[in-house]
Design a protein around this ligand. Structure first.
Ligand SMILES: C[S@@+](CC[C@H](N)C(=O)[O-])C[C@H]1O[C@@H](n2cnc3c(N)ncnc32)[C@H](O)[C@@H]1O
Length: 345
């Protein structure tokens, strides 16, 4: 049964690879420094003020000139590099199409391995890496180093392949899609070195009730996924219907759902991801902390945006901030998908 759910999900991401941005689009590194291994490491070493500065960059981003942005990028990258040395190993679980390039650009020298269920997502990630590697060569006379990309269910790949242990694992937007999230979490924790970091992003649980209700309405089509022609025809009919509906929503034509679905934009992968996903049961946020603690993880940072209070950043007191985020989720006051950084103790 669980295997069938994974197969449906593979089919889904082969049809709608995520996030599937154009090949030439490069990540804005200054806005993504919080994904750098050095960010979590600095928090772990209690270098909080600089980590706070890095987290707050995007608030002033639009007011900063291009020249200043470059200076800031160099300055913070130098700092983060001192915290996360070149011999540390990075694993991206459910890397999708764009994460391998982002991490290669953030960590030019480190060994990086990415795993994804979807062959198509990996193919796109490889194409993106090759394209940007040549661009990099033109400007700095050096190609980008290779990222090893593997196709498969990460839980199995981590159990069966001798990949060694890692100093930093990123699992962003993946855990809540698993039929048994605990086992994927465990397989990642088993591959972490002592004091190594795990960075997770999970969907808000109560905030996505409406999405899950819509997914239920379309769940039946996933039972047809072996009948390729009928399945494809049905899937794309529903997809275009939903895209059309979302476009009208986007322009505010449905006042009851406009506010809720404003975050989706036009993006094809986003609309499918929200409404047609075959495996999106969600995880109650409180369970994540309990699962992680039982596996020997300690929360060192978390963040979430509340409607009532704005951003909550758990630099100094992550456990308390996480409790507030969980409570806010239950009251449907949580606007963003929370991010957590754990350390293996
Ligand atoms: C929502 S996308 C997130 C992609 C990427 N992490 C990002 O944030 O841009 C989820 C990705 O996880 C992959 N995935 C889901 N379950 C997986 C599993 N058990 N093993 C490996 N990859 C998985 C999917 O194929 C998909 O590419």
């Amino acid at each position: 049964m669980e295997q069938l759910k994974i197969e449906k999900m593979r089919k889904f991401y082969d049809t709608f690879p995520y996030p599937n941005r154009p090949i030439f689009q490069s990540p804005v590194l200054l806005m993504q420094l919080i994904a750098h291994g050095g960010f979590g490491q600095a928090i772990l070493e209690e270098n909080i003020p600089l980590s706070k500065e890095i987290k707050c960059i995007y608030e002033n981003y639009s007011e900063v000139t291009w020249f200043k942005r470059n200076q800031m990028l160099k300055y913070y990258m130098r700092f983060l590099k001192t915290k996360f040395s070149e011999e540390k190993r990075i694993l991206l679980v459910g890397c999708g199409t764009d994460e391998p390039l982002l991490f290669r650009k953030l960590h030019l020298e480190n060994e990086i391995i990415g795993i994804d269920l979807s062959k198509k997502a990996i193919r796109k990630a490889k194409a993106k890496l090759s394209f940007h590697s040549y661009i990099h060569r033109i400007f700095s006379l050096q190609k980008l180093k290779k990222v090893e990309l593997l196709v498969g269910n990460a839980e199995m790949v981590l159990k069966e392949k001798a990949l060694g242990d890692f100093d930093y694992i990123q699992c962003f937007g993946v855990l809540h899609h698993q039929p048994e999230p605990y086992y994927l979490l465990k397989s990642m924790v088993d591959r972490l070195n002592k004091n190594a970091l795990l960075r997770l992003m999970v969907y808000s649980y109560h905030g996505r009730k409406l999405e899950r209700r819509i997914q239920k309405r379309y769940a039946g089509i996933w039972d047809l996924f072996l009948q390729r022609r009928i399945f494809k025809a049905k899937l794309f009919t529903h997809f275009f219907k939903l895209r059309f509906w979302q476009t009208l929503n986007f322009f505010g034509l449905f006042s009851s759902t406009f506010y809720r679905f404003r975050y989706l934009g036009f993006g094809s992968a986003c609309v499918a991801d929200a409404f047609l996903h075959p495996s999106d049961p969600g995880i109650p946020l409180g369970d994540i902390y309990d699962m992680a603690s039982s596996l020997g993880l300690k929360l060192i940072y978390c963040e979430g945006k509340l409607e009532s209070e704005g951003y909550l950043l758990g630099f100094d007191n992550p456990d308390e901030v996480w409790k507030k985020i969980v409570e806010a989720d239950a009251k449907q006051d949580l606007l963003s998908n929370p991010i957590l950084i754990f350390c293996k103790v």
